[in-house]
Design a protein around this ligand. Structure first.
Ligand code: ACM
Ligand code: ZN
Length: 759
């Protein structure tokens, strides 16, 4: 769809909705281009039929008792926009001006999935029909979106809708958003706002992450300390932070979702991410505590003791009360990120492993999950767990939610288990727009390309995960979820051949006012501008934007000049910070972006790695250490290269003889993320690869900046004198194993490095 058709469509709608229009039909309805309808997700099939349908106070909304819930829902929404309320259920005989019908029709759809619906809009009738109430509700959302872009803004006497015939049904049956209300707490009204928004985009699952190391958010009558103690943590200012829903709140949330045909799936984390519960009931930990509710972010070693039968009774009591509140077939039990350290050192856990013939602690985790699964299955429920539940043996009926990539999900599907895909690569809304933007989410395909044929059907859908470690207020939460979730909504509903990013982008933009009217703080689609660097002998810098209607301006921090409009690529000629800012419609778009560059004698060096790149943190491949690009305080910015457990061993060719006096290194140091500064750096240089000189520095000679967690290591090669060299050998010794006392004691440490700067 071109921009022109889009504009003409919006102009058309403007005409349609003008309340001063005479009662006669607007003449230019024919120019409606179905592609430019602002529907998200876009329906499988839309045809225009040339009619115009008028909605006014004379319009009658007809529905039977079997669609009362949906009928009242539609009535409320339509009446919000009309000066005079609609008439309801005046069936034949009154010769109404126009009628809207909601119809459950058993035989209408043969192969449509449960949520399918059909809309036919003619001159006098607008009919939504479906086989189920769910389908009617999905169709209602399409109808409400037909009023965009102005539906939200004011009450009008008359609206005109284009005549359309729509047939629609989802590709995937599970379309969800995970909301973490534990790291930061969001009250009932925020949750309900999200349920409304999910309904609007035909999502059907709210995955409510209710328990964590940092807070427990639901009451369990039998264990009141789960609220008195586990719902509260002491924040860094020494203030109590926390909260919880009452059971009435939760019932209200579930009912509210149910009216919109959305399932709330509760997540009760076990055996890990359970430190808040163990702070209140340390008798269910391995060593009895004392344990505090956590007030930092990461993975923590206090987990439920698997050797203690009373742990299982405790969890079954909790789950029994969870099942009373949440009627969902699926119950999520977490299962991710459970360090095995406590189990390895617990006599009860070790005895359990011997008694049950379990080979290792992964098998013990599998035993743990299977006991819980059996309990849930006996109650008629199904278990969902994160992909770690594959380790040590997957329990019989479990559904796997794949987050560490798609591999776990693929494996589970090939074992005939249901799978929900939410890989960190595409579905993590806590990640910055620089790594996951609307377009990235929109490129997501929940079906792995190389899955065994015939196993695709086990992939039941996907979710975006909104973790809230760094999101504490509602506006910020909204701006992370919207508009990105709209991309996922379409990925999971609409078949790939119908999808086109540029088209989505315009539709998403058209929704912005409607979302604002719903109290949603719409964020940005992407970072606005980004930097592409190509390093050969020089560093070539290009500034790009993913959006058609954005311009990019830039300046160097060290320059006095103001921002310049970017028009063509340029070469790095200084060590400085580049500042970019995108603009749309004359306003700044997105945050300004700061990127540090280092211009130095090593730029463009040819590097041979004797250490394999780690696929999680490859940085800029073989050019990474000499590309002039600095890493930022965010170790996931793509400008840090990471190695797990390995020393970094390099052979470097500078291309010609150079005079060098010193070398600078930067490392990341963040023990909570298992990232440690190196033990030692050895640096050798040579003119001919025959005779080598060497210098070393150790950890004590490195300097940590605690604010940024960046460690600087400076190395003089020869007491201030320059040396001549073309060839270098560098060995950076990994810290090795995570040290004693750390939650991940004994695991491989990460080494993160951004650049080797030569002077
Ligand atoms: C997860 O992100 N730990 C599931
Ligand atoms: Zn134990």
């Amino acid at each position: 769809m071109g921009l022109k058709t889009l504009i003409s469509f919006f102009l058309t709608l403007l005409l349609f909705s003008c309340s001063s229009l005479p009662d006669s039909e607007p003449v230019n309805v024919e120019i409606v281009d179905t592609d430019s309808l602002s529907l998200i997700p876009f329906p499988q099939q839309v045809d225009k039929n040339g009619n115009i349908f008028k909605v006014s106070s004379e319009t009658v909304l007809n529905f039977h008792d079997d669609t009362k819930n949906e009928g009242n829902y539609l009535l409320n929404h339509l009446n919000k926009q009309l000066s005079t309320p609609l008439k309801v259920n005046v069936w034949e005989g009154q010769a109404p001006s126009t009628s809207i019908y909601l119809d459950i029709q058993d035989s209408l759809f043969q192969d449509f999935k449960e949520e399918g619906y059909q809309i036919n809009i003619s001159k006098r009738e607008l009919r939504i029909h479906a086989q189920t109430n769910v389908g009617i509700m999905r169709g209602i959302q399409t109808l409400l979106q037909l009023f965009i872009p102005e539906f939200h803004s004011e009450k009008r006497d008359v609206w005109y809708l284009p005549g359309l015939d729509i047939i629609d049904y989802p590709q995937f049956q599970h379309r969800g958003l995970l909301l973490d209300v534990c790291r930061h707490f969001f009250d009932k009204d925020v949750v309900k706002k999200y349920i409304d928004a999910l309904a609007y985009y035909k999502m059907n699952v709210l995955h409510l992450h209710l328990t964590e190391d940092q807070g427990w958010r639901m009451p369990i009558d039998k264990y009141p300390l789960l609220n008195d103690i586990s719902s509260w943590r002491l924040d860094t200012n020494g203030n109590e932070y926390g909260g919880y829903y009452t059971k009435e709140d939760l019932k209200e949330i579930v009912a509210y979702a149910s009216e919109r045909h959305i399932t709330v799936i509760p997540e009760i984390e076990l055996p890990g991410h359970s430190q808040a519960a163990l702070a209140a009931y340390p008798q269910f930990s391995c060593n009895g505590g004392p344990i505090d509710v956590v007030n930092e972010w990461g993975v923590f070693k206090e987990i439920y003791c698997a050797g203690n039968d009373s742990t299982f009774l405790f969890l079954e009591d909790i789950l029994s009360e969870v099942l009373e509140i949440f009627p969902s077939t699926y119950i999520h039990i977490g299962g991710d990120e459970a360090p095995k350290f406590r189990w390895e050192h617990c006599t009860k856990c070790q005895k359990r492993m011997r008694d049950e013939g379990l080979a290792d602690e992964h098998a013990l985790q599998s035993y743990f999950i299977q006991r819980i699964e059996q309990f849930l299955n006996e109650k008629g429920r199904q278990l969902i767990g994160w992909d770690e539940i594959l380790e040590g043996g997957l329990s019989d009926n479990a559904t796997v939610q794949s987050w560490r990539g798609m591999e776990g999900g693929k494996k589970a599907a090939e074992m005939n288990h249901q799978v929900i895909m939410s890989p960190t690569s595409h579905c993590y809304l806590d990640y910055p727009l620089s790594s996951i933007d609307l377009e990235k989410i929109y490129s997501f395909d929940p079906i792995p390309a190389d899955i065994q044929s015939g196993k695709e059907d086990y992939i039941i859908g996907g979710e975006c995960n909104m973790w809230t470690e760094r999101v504490s207020d509602e506006d910020n939460l909204d701006s992370k979820v919207f508009p990105r979730i709209m991309g996922l909504a379409e990925v999971l509903w609409t078949y790939p051949e119908k999808r086109d990013f540029e088209n989505l982008y315009h539709r998403v933009r058209a929704h912005q006012p409607a979302l604002t009217a719903r109290g949603i703080n719409y964020g940005f689609e992407t970072t606005g501008a980004f930097i592409v660097v190509e390093t050969n002998n020089e560093v070539n810098i290009q500034l790009k934007t993913a959006l058609p209607d954005v311009i990019v301006k830039y300046r160097w921090l060290g320059d006095q000049d103001g921002f310049k409009v970017y028009s063509k690529s340029f070469q790095l000629d200084r060590t400085d910070t580049l500042i970019l800012q995108a603009f749309r419609d004359g306003k700044t778009y997105g945050d300004s972006i700061l990127q540090d560059f280092a211009y130095h004698k090593g730029i463009g060096a040819a590097v041979e790695y004797h250490t394999e790149l780690n696929p999680w943190y490859p940085g800029n491949g073989n050019q990474h250490l000499f590309d002039g690009v600095r890493g930022s305080a965010n170790f996931r910015d793509g400008n840090w290269q990471g190695f797990s457990g390995d020393d970094l061993i390099l052979s470097i060719d500078l291309g010609k003889l150079k005079s060098i006096s010193a070398a600078d290194f930067q490392f990341y140091h963040y023990p909570n993320a298992w990232i440690f500064m190196p033990k030692e750096i050895s640096f050798e240089w040579s003119v001919d690869q025959q005779n080598w000189s060497q210098t070393r520095i150790n950890q004590k000679m490195m300097e940590l900046n605690p604010e940024t967690r960046i460690v600087k290591a400076h190395m003089e090669l020869d007491d201030q004198n320059k040396v001549e060299a073309q060839y270098l050998k560098v060995v950076i010794k990994n810290y090795g194993k995570v040290p004693a006392g750390h939650d991940a004691e004994g695991e491989d440490a990460w080494l993160f490095v951004d650049e080797i700067v030569l002077y």
